[in-house]
Design a protein around this ligand. Structure first.
Ligand code: ADP
Ligand code: GLC
Length: 485
């Protein structure tokens, strides 16, 4: 098996910078691909957190002028990854989130910030950085997509290009006047190029011009070809359906490992499941929930947005409480949803606990302590928290959509009779269906043996990156062979 070299381009990578699952995926995939004989170099913006972590840095390319000022491409190691870092302080050296300012609004120069990332990635792909001549450029989400457009319209070396969509809701749509600044020819502003409803669409450009498109689950790959989930790009995705595929995410089972999780009150595994309830007690204590061993303890670890169906959860709270359930929720997001949840916690002390914020240790404690991990998304490209839940023996209760539908097997009566079922699956977008699923969970948990079997099947489910990495490797190798061809 010959070694293949991939340049991954992304705006976040765990543990350096993460706002969601994208960071987890970009951080974990390289190690899994290494087992498949694929060497990944990950190109990231030079945020302070990335530059601080960078070791053995050398300058491999310099710009006198890149979107407003000089910039350098640095090669080195950071966060366990081989990285190329675009050091451009005028674009990335600022406190706060990679995408938004402290007040929650998009950075006004996001078009330039991620055009620069794409341009530097395209230059590296063409071979400007000694020691890096990738066979494949793997662009993650709109922030990286311009690399594909620039390679398409530019001259010189042209590796295979793969556009991975983690979430079609975020598209990077900017004014058409930007075209020249992007270094694209006038002909690029066309329906089969970067033009998108009169604007420039970064993700659209990547989708139109990549050699392959992947999304993070087979069901989402199908869903986005229809108007309901296509977010305006369904026509293009239908047109390109022959090169679109879905590859499920995995999780990093070194980080998500209940056998050795430093954040848990008690570690456990499938042979020592009796140790798990100590985590429930600790979680209830920490989140000031009543120390009730019988209540169905429901956990949520999520961005608090419409996508995640968090408004449906708010609407369903009275019904959940009527079933005797408790809620332990960790998340942050839209102000209105945060406010409604905080109000519910005040109204139902000891039964509804809400922690607004981002807290990795608490995310682990929720997974290790709750009975049910709820993911009631309206759409979900893949979802990672339900995979963590499987591993931690928290029974996932999820909406039948996207990657949730592909990863959780509903424990209905016939499934149970045939020794199958890893969670509870309900119709997406319906508060009534969510409530009915909670009722099913309450009933199922009364049968301690059946419940334990569901937990154990979940814990034995392969949620590692091994299988997905094989799919990516096969895709990369096919594409590289085609280009060599
Ligand atoms: P998305 O990327 O759409 O937000 P995913 O389920 O793919 O959803 O990934 C979310 C990731 O972020 C998971 O690793 C999850 O544990 C983590 N996460 C989400 N919210 C929080 C939070 N408030 N605190 C800690 N981790 C969080
Ligand atoms: C996005 C999606 C989520 C997916 C993650 C990683 O943020 O919302 O479903 O798991 O990307 O691919």
């Amino acid at each position: 098996m010959s070694t293949l070299s991939v340049l991954a381009v992304a705006s976040e990578a765990y543990p350096l910078v993460k706002t969601g699952g994208l960071g987890d995926v970009v951080g974990a995939l390289p190690a899994a691909l290494a087992h498949e004989g694929i060497r990944t170099t990950t190109m990231l913006p030079g945020y302070a957190a990335v530059l601080d972590a960078l070791r053995d840095a050398t300058i491999v390319h310099s710009y006198d002028y890149l979107q407003g000022a000089p910039a350098h491409v640095l090669a080195g190691r950071a966060g366990g990854l081989d990285v190329l870092v675009l050091d451009a302080p005028h674009l990335y050296a600022r406190s706060g989130n990679p995408y938004v300012a402290a007040d929650g609004t998009d950075w006004p120069d996001n078009a330039q910030r991620f055009a620069a990332l794409g341009a530097a990635a395209a230059d590296v792909a063409r071979g400007v950085a000694a020691g890096c001549t990738p066979d494949i450029v793997h662009a993650h989400d709109w922030q990286a997509a311009m690399a594909i457009a620039l390679l398409h319209y530019g001259e010189g070396r042209r590796p295979g290009t793969v556009m991975t969509v983690h979430n079609l809701a975020f598209q990077g749509k900017f004014a058409p006047s930007l075209l020249a600044e992007l270094g694209l020819p006038a002909r690029a502003f066309a329906a089969d190029g970067v033009e998108y409803y009169g604007d420039i669409g970064y993700l659209k450009a990547g989708l139109a011009l990549a050699d392959r498109i992947t999304t993070v689950s087979p069901t989402y790959a199908a869903e986005i070809r229809a108007v309901e989930h296509g977010m305006g790009l369904d026509g293009l995705l239908r047109h390109r359906r022959g090169i679109v595929s879905g590859i499920l995410n995995g999780i990093d089972t070194a980080i998500w490992n209940p056998t050795r999780d430093p954040h848990l009150a008690a570690t456990y595994d499938n042979r020592r499941l009796a140790r798990r309830p100590a985590n429930r007690v600790a979680l209830q204590h920490r989140m000031k929930l009543h120390a009730d061993a019988d209540a169905l303890l429901i956990g949520v670890v999520s961005r608090l947005t419409w996508q995640k169906g968090m408004d449906l959860l708010v609407e369903s709270l009275p019904a959940l409480l009527a079933h005797g359930a408790q809620l332990a929720l960790l998340g942050s997001g839209e102000f209105g949803i945060e406010e409604a949840l905080t109000a519910a916690a005040q109204e139902h002390p000891g039964r509804v606990a809400v922690e607004i914020g981002y807290d990795e240790p608490l995310a682990h404690q929720v997974q290790g302590g709750v009975d049910v991990l709820m993911v009631p998304s309206r759409f979900e490209p893949c979802g990672l928290t339900q995979l963590c839940a499987l591993r931690y023996g928290a029974v996932p209760l999820v909406a039948r959509v996207g990657g949730l539908a592909d990863t959780i097997v509903d424990a209905n009566e016939m499934a149970l009779a045939s020794g199958a079922g890893t969670g509870l699956v309900c119709e997406a977008g319906s508060a009534g269906a969510l409530q009915a699923a909670v009722e099913r969970a309450v009933a199922l948990r009364r049968d301690a043996t059946a419940w334990r079997q569901v937990q154990l099947r979940g814990m034995k489910t392969d949620v590692t990156w091994a299988r997905p990495a094989r799919h990516y490797a096969a895709l990369f190798r096919t594409l590289a062979a085609e280009r060599a061809g």
